[in-house]
Write a protein that binds this ligand. Structure first.
Ligand SMILES: [Zn+2]
Length: 422
């Protein structure tokens, strides 16, 4: 980290992909003053202040830092993909220490903002505050804190401890709540403790064959109370919702983003569009699950079905003009390689219905807007934070390039260079 660096920087000569989806601008100049971008334009048209530190980006690509709208800091990257929930012996303190490393890993991968959509013990809130205070390096963190589930719900830890497929791992404790009174209390507690968003799980998942992906968890009344209470406090709500019927109920209640949304139908997609609700698909989560050779056959079938439905959903959403934002489930089982799965997701989006440029916009501008940072980051425009990356190679030609960290030469967040690779 270059803490004593020149407050005025000029990033010069690179081809600019600004995150808005516009045509790349060759031989660009970006002027950064302190933490913000103050001017953007073509070389020769933008005057470089005398004494500015010149960052030469000739023959390189400059673009906004990557943004992941769906991460979980409770786990830790491991070559054993099934350890995503964390090993059974991990305490919340173990998880918090690992999260400090995870956020540094994110910066190394060019990720300058994340939303954590469910973290035990509100670790993500503590991490957010430590980063904002300058104690530890990391991306901007939008924190949901502890997510909310029901007894026996998708992430009820007492249920998951019995999962045959995940021996020796344990899902962390989220808030398990039942009934309107407990729902109200949990939402108010989370807001009191500093959650930026409220996250809840409204359907089952596809972690194992016995889970009911379409089955609604939380009653209609509980969902309305949950979202209503958060909304009254001005706190947005995101929801894990797979089945179309539950997606509709959640949109009617007022959620701001649908996570996964796998089994959407025409009507639920249209409701997303009409209500300005974001779709965060997380394709990679189900892809990697289906690739595990040790997976029980029944679970494999469920995962394959989810992949096919998901691709259909993303195509319907694009056609309807729904805003699609990049998310990975980074930290959940199988996707748990923090800082790796984001590049995989970008490739999947670009092969399952979006173009390379649309995949980039989903990971920059739309992602920033989805998590409420649209006025601060996500594009290279004057007034925004200087959150940007400089690449060797063109992701419009080769979207896979993010998978090679050596191609991500510079990572800047808020005008400070955190990563510089030779
Ligand atoms: Zn998740």
């Amino acid at each position: 980290m270059e803490s004593m660096s020149n407050p005025i920087k000029a990033i010069k000569g690179g081809t600019l992909i600004d995150g808005t989806g516009s045509e790349p601008l060759k031989k660009s100049v970006i002027i950064v003053e302190d933490s913000k971008i103050i001017e953007v334009g073509s070389e020769g048209k933008v005057s470089i202040p005398s004494g500015a530190e010149i960052i030469d980006a000739a023959k390189q690509i400059v673009m906004p830092g990557l943004i992941d709208c769906h991460t979980h800091l409770y786990s830790y990257a491991s070559s054993n993909k099934a350890t995503g929930f964390g090993l059974i012996e991990w305490s919340n303190i173990d998880r918090a220490i690992r999260a400090v490393v995870t956020v540094k890993t994110f910066l190394g991968a060019g990720i300058t903002s994340i939303r954590d959509v469910g973290c035990c013990a509100n670790i993500d809130i503590a991490i957010r505050d430590a980063i904002n205070a300058g104690f530890i390096p990391g991306p901007r963190v939008v924190a949901c804190g502890e997510g909310l589930t029901i007894t026996g719900g998708h992430v009820d830890s007492d249920k998951h401890i019995r999962f045959a497929a995940f021996e020796n791992i344990k899902i962390p404790n989220f808030k398990t709540i039942d009934g309107v009174t407990e729902v109200l209390k949990a939402v108010r507690q989370q807001i009191k403790l500093g959650a930026d968003w409220i996250k809840f799980w409204a359907t089952g998942g596809v972690l194992e064959a016995t889970e009911r992906a379409h089955a609604q968890e939380f009653s209609d009344e509980e969902i309305n109370v949950l979202v209503g209470e958060a909304s009254r406090a001005g706190v947005p709500v995101c929801v894990h919702a797979l089945g179309a019927d539950t997606i509709k109920i959640c949109i009617e209640a007022g959620v701001k983003s649908i996570e996964h949304g796998i089994f959407s139908d025409d009507e639920s997609i249209q409701m997303m569009k009409n209500n300005d609700v974001y779709l965060v698909p997380t394709l990679i989560a189900y892809d990697l699950l289906s690739k595990d050779e040790n997976l029980p056959k029944a679970t494999y079938e469920v995962a394959r079905g989810a992949i096919i439905a998901h691709e259909k959903t993303i195509k319907m959403a694009k056609k309807a003009g729904v805003k699609i934002a990049m998310g990975t489930d980074s930290g959940s089982p199988y996707t748990n390689i923090h800082g790796e799965c984001q590049a995989w997701e970008m490739e999947l989006m670009a092969t399952r219905g979006l173009t390379e440029m649309e995949s980039i916009v989903a990971t920059t501008k739309t992602a920033a807007e989805c998590i409420g940072l649209g006025d601060k980051t996500g594009t290279i425009e004057p007034g925004k934070f200087a959150d940007l990356i400089i690449l060797d190679g063109d992701p419009l030609q080769d979207i896979k390039l993010f998978q090679d960290k050596n191609k991500i030469k510079t990572v800047m967040k808020g005008g400070i260079v955190y990563v510089k690779r030779p």
